[in-house]
Ligand binder design. Structure first.
Ligand SMILES: [Zn+2]
Ligand SMILES: [Zn+2]
Length: 244
């Protein structure tokens, strides 16, 4: 039996020769770099993956987006700089938003992070990285949708019509009208969003390699301007699923 390569980090797992490589790929004690570390040199932290979440929370290297409802996408939004100062669209240098850790019961073991940045030339790049083993990552896919921020419902839904007040043809007409309206609303939502299906990147792929792959969601300034609602530039949703 072999001791795990991460013994010095605290791992006490012993495995057979065949299983050692498999274990070390998913080991809770394997050394990784801080997930907020891909740009601007980062904080320089590296340590056991199990300690990365406390680290990013303490040092504010990344934000944590928690999802308590399994089977629902992660939803968050990207905002312009606060206050009346400069807007991100006027910047002539790259702008990186804080990396966002996706945290739910279902995917906590994937250590998945959303990366969002705008290049100096006004291109927006959005993709997801996962620290899961290479093998696990190959079986995963991500769906990223960017859209206009949807305000939370502010007015109560209309009261249902009193059935006795409608003759059957009116009711039938109403049903048709409603479904047509819903169809139009659905159409509008489709036009008002951009989506991407693709892979997740590993911790070792550099931002340059990600760009060269072409496998990320890319938007122009003018697309983002279309989604914009006040200081909120766009809303995004992320869904990570197993490939069929
Ligand atoms: Zn181990
Ligand atoms: Zn850090």
């Amino acid at each position: 039996m072999l001791s795990c390569r991460n013994f010095k980090n605290g791992c006490r797992v012993k495995s057979t020769m065949e299983n050692a490589a498999w274990h070390e790929e998913i080991c809770f004690y394997r050394t990784v770099k801080c997930a907020g570390d891909f740009f601007r040199g980062g904080c320089g932290w590296s340590g056991p993956i199990g300690k990365m979440v406390p680290h990013v929370l303490e040092r504010k290297c990344a934000l944590v987006l928690e999802n308590l409802q399994d089977n629902c996408p992660f939803v968050s939004s990207i905002g312009d700089f606060p206050g009346e100062g400069m807007s991100v669209f006027e910047r002539k240098v790259p702008t990186n938003w804080k990396t966002v850790l996706l945290w739910s019961q279902q995917i906590m073991r994937l250590w998945a992070f959303v990366v969002v940045y705008r290049t100096s030339g006004g291109w927006w790049v959005i993709y997801v990285r996962s620290y899961a083993s290479d093998e696990a990552r190959k079986r995963l896919q991500v769906k990223i949708v960017v859209r206009r921020p949807r305000p939370p419902p502010s007015c109560p839904p209309l009261a249902p019509p009193n059935p006795t007040a409608f003759t059957s043809w009116k009711a039938a007409l109403l049903t048709r009208f409603t479904s047509e309206e819903e169809g139009k609303a659905e159409q509008a939502r489709k036009v008002d969003s951009v989506s991407f299906h693709g892979r997740l990147f590993g911790p070792k792929e550099t931002p340059r390699e990600v760009l060269a792959s072409g496998e990320y969601l890319c938007l122009t300034d003018s697309q983002v301007q279309r989604f914009r609602a006040g200081r909120i530039l766009f809303e995004y949703s992320i869904e990570i699923t197993m490939k069929e």
